[in-house]
Design a protein around this ligand. Structure first.
Ligand code: CUA
Length: 341
């Protein structure tokens, strides 16, 4: 009977341990593999931060193992048994006290020197050849302006691999935080001042980002995508962005264009040669972006029609008003926007 009970507890303990192991390793794996991972850096800035993170992690792991080993040894070695005297007390052991104070000071120095070095390195002025990108954090979407290239886009920032980029961060409304985990960061985007974030992307790819400072109702819906282009592809992208908007022969898209010109859309959105509003995202090459509405939704006819019909439902607090469009009208507008390659 007793043996059976012990057996059952052992099975339970083993299962529990197994569960903890599975959860711990899957956490570790998702940390490595998720699109928002910070431990697989894809830029110089990301690498520097990762180096510090790893240095601190390994140092503290070694300390943890040493302390736990000493603790377990002391628990076992000095456990209470009948008849054993109280172990020798070491209060006021001056050499011991000095040595563990010095040991921890050394650990702090090991961590502090590279940390301060990296902090200074990330604050250096960008090279004159750096690509300047002005980042404007709006409630709740990102605007990207390339002043040297005369390109303005939203929610998706395109960068050339291997070239230093200097982000100039500013916000017209409240404080946001610009964060593309695989490329490094984050840095606050603050009204009435311009912060800088400088990095050189090292691997082509698409990296998701997220506003990392609570900024109101749709803070969680304020995402972005960074697209790092392989050599030569960035120039192609710039050329398409600099071109005038495409003209579509599709009758539905033409109907949508007429509707756009007659509605309140023109008051908020730029489409080069069509409208000049400055409040919402520039739509000149809207369909060249894979996502819209704070990078929340894929750019498809259905999503667009839903968005036009009820923006507040898709993104709570969105500034875009409900223009009372439905059915054919929203489909036509969606068709027009999707023609803007
Ligand atoms: Cu913008 Cu949170």
């Amino acid at each position: 009977m007793i043996m059976r009970l012990v057996g059952r507890y052992r099975v339970r303990t083993l299962l529990l341990l197994l569960g903890v192991l599975v959860v711990a390793t899957s956490c570790g794996w998702s940390l490595w593999d998720s699109p928002m991972t910070t431990v697989r850096p894809r830029s110089d800035l990301g690498r520097w931060i990762d180096e510090i993170f790893m240095l601190i992690s390994w140092t503290t792991l070694v300390i943890f193992i040493l302390v736990e080993a000493a603790l377990l040894y002391a628990c076992w070695r000095f456990r209470e048994r009948p008849g054993t005297p109280i172990p020798k007390q070491i209060h006021g052991h001056t050499p011991l006290e000095i040595s563990w104070t010095v040991a921890f000071a050394v650990v702090l120095v090991i961590i502090v020197i590279p940390t301060i070095r990296i902090i200074f390195r990330t604050q250096e002025a960008p090279a004159a050849t750096a690509l300047r990108v002005d980042v404007v954090g709006h409630q709740w979407w990102w605007e990207f302006r390339y002043p040297g290239l005369n390109v303005t886009t939203a929610n998706e920032v395109h960068l050339p691999v291997g070239q230093t980029v200097a982000f100039h961060l500013n916000a017209p409304d409240v404080i946001h935080s610009f964060w593309i985990p695989q490329l490094g960061g984050k840095r606050d985007v603050v009204p009435h001042r311009v912060n800088q974030l400088i990095m050189t992307p090292e691997v082509p790819g698409e990296y998701p980002g997220q506003c990392a400072e609570y900024c109101g109702m749709s803070h969680a819906n304020m995402r972005l995508r960074a697209i790092v282009h392989a050599q030569g592809e960035f120039e192609q992208w710039v050329k398409t962005q600099q071109a005038p908007p495409a003209e579509s022969a599709d009758p539905l898209a033409q109907q949508g264009r007429e509707l756009f010109g007659k509605s309140a859309c023109v008051g908020c959105h730029v489409i080069a040669g069509v409208s000049a509003g400055q409040i919402g995202p520039n739509l000149t090459h809207f369909a060249s972006r894979k996502t819209f509405a704070g990078s929340m939704m894929a750019t498809t006819v259905d999503n667009l029609a839903k968005w036009i019909e009820n923006p507040a439902h898709m993104k709570p607090g969105a500034l875009m008003p409900n223009l009372g469009m439905a059915g054919e009208q929203s489909k036509a507008l969606a068709a027009y926007l999707l023609s803007l390659r």
